[in-house]
Ligand binder design. Structure first.
Ligand SMILES: CC(C)(COP(=O)(O)OP(=O)(O)OC[C@H]1O[C@@H](n2cnc3c(N)ncnc32)[C@H](O)[C@@H]1OP(=O)(O)O)[C@@H](O)C(=O)NCCC(=O)NCCS
Length: 145
């Protein structure tokens, strides 16, 4: 199954926001557009169709993975992992030595994928997503350049 990972173009902003809403119920990209963080969106593309996205953001201190989402019919083909690995590559190129993310403790599929890529649980943030909905803060060490 062929797919390409690249940066989102300006013409693709709407598609990315729709994809995030459809899969996640919110758009990390839209939320981040109101902040001072620097950000970048990676898209996984097959024949001009965006099948997955990852949102990255950073400031002078931290580099974060805001979200990863892959269309349901495209899951299990390595797209999620490729997006996460590309994010790690970008963090490294920008000179960061780690990537941070928060994920719902109930989202066991995502937690497992992050672990397989090398993320480790750094802490549990209680009630991060609302009462009784906790988050893991996970960290991946990357080779800063
Ligand atoms: C999490 C998500 C991005 C993963 O995308 P994906 O393209 O399916 O991931 P990959 O194909 O790279 O799979 C990575 C690993 O997870 C495993 N995996 C994939 N789907 C799985 C499932 N339903 N159950 C168990 N393991 C699964 C794969 O076997 C693979 O492991 P392996 O290569 O070591 O065998 C996708 O499931 C998704 O969009 N989920 C909804 C949004 C979400 O929860 N995002 C994360 C929080 S922002």
């Amino acid at each position: 199954m062929e797919f390409e990972i690249r940066e989102m173009s300006d013409e693709e902003v709407e598609d990315v926001i729709h994809l995030e809403y459809d899969i996640l119920g919110y758009s990390a990209f839209a939320q981040l557009s109101m902040t001072d963080y620097k950000k970048k969106v990676l898209v996984a593309v097959n024949n001009d169709e965006i099948v997955g996205v990852a949102v990255l953001y950073w400031n002078d201190e931290i580099f974060c993975l805001g979200s990863v989402a892959v269309k349901e019919e495209w899951r299990g083909k390595g797209i999620g992992k490729s997006l996460i690995r590309k994010a790690a590559e970008m963090a490294s190129q920008l000179g960061y030595d780690s990537i941070m993310l928060e994920v719902n403790t109930a989202n066991s599929i995502a937690v497992e994928i992050y672990r397989r890529v090398g993320f480790r649980i750094a802490e549990i943030i209680k009630h991060y997503y609302g009462i009784g909905k906790h988050a893991y803060r996970m960290m991946l060490q990357v080779q800063g350049s």
